[in-house]
Write a protein of this length. Structure first.
Length: 476
């Protein structure tokens, strides 16, 4: 009896004392629900956090967190409750989270943005609400830690896209708008492209984030919003706009890009810091014509062949690389002999890899081996980028049985992203007889192909039953 009374005294003390002690791990649901009603804001905030850590989607927890998210008079408690609602992964929280966009506090609205994304992925999404550390041209997403984007077969609730789109276009706080813009990129929000276009035109301070989001969404519908910014007075904006058009392979941009290229360089590139390099070796903001060349090389249109040809012998390695990448994408065999001749005297290994890829794309299938072998070398990112554009997945099948385990794993991963029904059959032996790592990689590759063809994962898939981690979407 004495012990029961002691417990009651401790609970009352925890609820009423302004300096309540920190909660210990392992509190029951009932205890956390009680703490959520404490007069002490820090106690309520901790309770909201711990309810989220439970990752339970029970009705009682969700209702309590929704009440805290919308009615608590402390903004930190509301923000924590909003975050915890996302961790429940429950679709029933969506209307409540969307209603939090009406909260008077920007921190709560930003938490709502992030929680709507957490419903679909938790991988590397802190950038959504963080301040940008600096400018990084070469990463098409600008930051090294904002690469996350859900798989294309993941269906996002349309009400989320609509609400985030309105937030991106109309929230009165710029930081909240930027968070919503970034979230739309992670969620591949094609339906929000018109709202993003409005944001692009309305506020020059969000343009870089909108352009990056267009790249993540990856839909040609964003193309018409880009061209007017090719000559923007802000060098960063116009360079990113041109790169976005290239990465989207927006062919109506070719002639405007050729016009910009014809203007020549504006100024010498300005030195700046670069934290990560996806392609090329820029350690400066490129000259206007070089940025246009890069974008044209990403599209690889026949109309730009003369531009690529005139840069094949340029003294600058970046320009030579872009020339051969453009020729590769154009795949015109007219330049095969000249490319082979220049390969023998090229001293830049990045350019040589681009030349091998160009020769392969121009019809010499055997040259794909020179690209594949770099998957186990210092230029593996460059090689992977090229191989993701392989027009015939069957050209990669022999390398599923490469003598290098690294190459086998990386080829399997690539095939999972570009393969077809025939690839599924080709991967079957690796699923059944390979080592555990290769079997797992081949299983995931097969499922990616199947999910891409059918529209979404099947809950009965073995790979989903084996994965007990929180639901995540991998990188593009």
């Amino acid at each position: 009896m004495f012990m029961k009374c002691g417990c009651v005294v401790l609970l009352v003390f925890a609820l009423l004392c302004p300096e309540a002690p920190a909660m210990t791990a392992g509190e029951s649901l009932e205890t956390l629900l009680a703490y959520l009603k404490s007069p002490n804001p820090s106690t309520r905030r901790d309770a909201a956090r711990k309810l989220g850590e439970r990752r339970a989607a029970d009705k009682t927890s969700i209702e309590a967190l929704l009440a805290a998210a919308t009615k608590d008079d402390d903004r930190a408690v509301r923000a924590e409750a909003v975050h915890s609602l996302g961790l429940t992964k429950s679709d029933t929280t969506i209307p409540g989270l969307i209603s939090c966009f009406r909260d008077s506090e920007p921190d709560v609205r930003k938490a709502a943005v992030k929680s709507l994304v957490i419903l679909y992925t938790e991988t590397d999404i802190d950038f959504i609400t963080n301040r940008r550390a600096g400018w990084n041209l070469i990463n098409p997403f600008l930051d090294t830690d904002d690469h996350e984007v859900i798989e294309p077969y993941v269906d996002v609730d349309p009400s989320i896209i609509s609400a985030l789109g309105e937030c991106a276009r109309g929230d009165h706080e710029r930081e909240v708008r930027i968070s919503a813009i970034r979230a739309l990129g992670v969620l591949r929000a094609k339906a929000a492209i018109p709202q993003l276009g409005d944001a692009l035109n309305a506020d020059q301070e969000v343009r870089i984030d909108v352009l990056r989001t267009f790249i993540k969404i990856g839909d040609l519908a964003a193309g018409p919003y880009l061209i007017s910014f090719f000559r923007d007075t802000d060098r960063k904006v116009r360079t990113q706009a041109m790169a976005a058009a290239g990465l989207l392979k927006y062919r109506p941009a070719v002639e405007p890009l050729l016009e910009v290229y014809g203007l020549g360089p504006d100024k010498k590139g300005v030195l700046t810091s670069v934290g990560h390099k996806i392609k090329g070796r820029f350690e400066y903001m490129p000259a206007r014509d070089e940025a246009a060349l890069w974008a044209l090389s990403l599209i690889g249109d026949e109309k730009a062949l003369h531009v690529f040809a005139e840069n094949m012998n340029d003294k600058d390695g970046d320009r030579r690389q872009y020339a051969f990448e453009g020729l590769a994408r154009a795949a015109n065999p007219k330049y095969s002999e000249e490319t082979s001749r220049l390969l023998s005297s090229e001293s830049n290994d990045d350019v040589k890899l681009a030349q091998y890829w160009a020769i392969y794309r121009m019809g010499s299938t055997v040259n794909i081996q020179n690209v594949v072998r770099e998957l186990d070398g210092p230029r593996h990112d460059q090689a992977r980028g090229y191989l993701l554009e392989t027009p015939n997945p069957a050209d990669l099948y022999p390398y599923i049985r490469s003598g290098s385990k690294t190459i086998r794993l990386r080829v399997i991963e690539i095939l999972g992203r570009i393969g077809d029904a025939g690839t599924v059959r080709e991967l079957e032996p690796s699923v059944l007889t390979a080592s555990r790592d290769e079997s797992n990689a081949a299983t995931l590759a097969k499922k990616r192909i199947e999910w891409r063809m059918t529209g979404r994962p099947n809950a009965n898939d073995d790979i989903l039953r084996r994965d007990s981690r929180p639901r995540k979407a991998s990188n593009p």
